[in-house]
Write a protein that binds this ligand. Structure first.
Ligand code: PMP
Length: 304
């Protein structure tokens, strides 16, 4: 990891190396943390954080679900995020706000541990590589089932949920694939290990309607862009066969952006290369995040 200079920690900017935590931090043992992944893009008017308000809102929603009171207001966290990006003097970065049950008492009950907050930033290129973004990646349906609504909390971005993701990701990579696609408990397609999924069939764009997904902000961005350019979009139950027979497919996520999927379980998707609608959505998306597409300005928070 390429280190930057400063990390925001409970209200103060501290040196990167000083942003450490005690080994008996509750969240380290019991997964009691919520976090966000946000990107800040280079634009003509300087660095701009993409959909800051929506990400901070989801952070607070995640905390609410796990009954953890973040000791700041959403407005204070938004300000702190902008301040952290500015302090690190980067043109583009990934931003990781995290709130977690800290050091206090051991045992499963987190309520006696104080809530610790931090915001770190780092430079992060294409999540599955530049080649993946351009030429597409190969995905595998996972043997791991996405966290069930009444076991974990798929709507909350908790660190605990990411063991499920990590197991699926390791399995996919060990089998020679780039990414995993997890099904929900009923066997319908849910999402990738760190992305939502879309596919195209006969000119219509589909994305799973599943209770077992994280409601991605990039997913919402793609839905809104597609609606604006007149693409029919359907949120529906989706099976692995739907993916095998799709004309095009892609993942969406803050880290993954819009990554084309060209193969699922050894079956070629469409022509085995990123399809025309995927390309079009990718092009518009990258113009939107860089402030080059009119009509989307309210999604950008300029840092300077
Ligand atoms: N699903 C999962 C499991 C994820 O980790 C992510 C990444 N945050 C997403 C979907 C996509 O969410 P977003 O577009 O808000 O980054």
């Amino acid at each position: 990891m390429q280190e930057l200079r400063l990390i925001w920690r409970n209200g103060k900017l501290v040196d990167w190396q000083e942003a450490t935590t005690h080994i008996l931090t509750h969240a380290l043992h019991y997964g009691t943390a919520v976090f966000e992944g946000i990107r800040c893009y280079k634009t003509k008017k300087g660095p701009a954080v993409f959909r800051l308000k929506e990400h901070v809102r989801r952070l607070f929603d995640s905390a609410h679900i796990i009954k953890m009171a973040i000791p700041y207001t959403p407005g204070e966290i938004e300000k702190a995020i902008v301040e952290t990006v500015k302090a690190n003097e980067v043109e583009e970065c990934y931003i990781r706000p995290v709130a977690f049950r800290g050091y206090g008492e051991m045992g499963v009950d987190p309520t006696r541990c104080e809530v610790d907050c931090a915001i770190a930033t780092w430079c992060w290129g294409a999540y599955m590589g530049d080649k993946g973004l351009k030429e597409g990646i190969r995905a595998k349906i996972s043997s791991y089932v996405r966290t069930y609504v009444n076991s974990g909390s798929p709507r909350a971005k908790t660190s605990a949920n990411y063991l499920n993701s990590a197991l699926a990701k390791m399995e996919a990579k060990e089998l020679g694939y780039d990414e995993a696609i997890l099904l929900d408990i009923h066997g319908f397609v849910a999402e990738g290990s760190g992305e939502n999924i879309f596919y195209v069939k006969d000119g219509i764009l589909y994305t799973p309607h599943s209770y077992s997904i994280l409601l991605g902000i990039t997913r919402d961005t793609v839905i809104k862009i597609a609606e604006k350019i007149g693409i029919l979009i359907r949120e529906t139950l989706c099976t692995r066969d739907d993916l095998y027979l799709a004309d095009e497919a892609f993942f969406t996520g803050t880290a993954a952006e819009i990554t084309p999927i060209v193969e699922v379980d050894g079956r070629r998707i469409g022509e085995g290369k990123p399809g025309p609608l995927t390309r079009k959505l990718q092009e518009i998306f990258f113009r939107v995040v860089r402030g080059e597409e009119p009509g989307y300005e309210n999604w950008l928070t300029y840092v300077s």
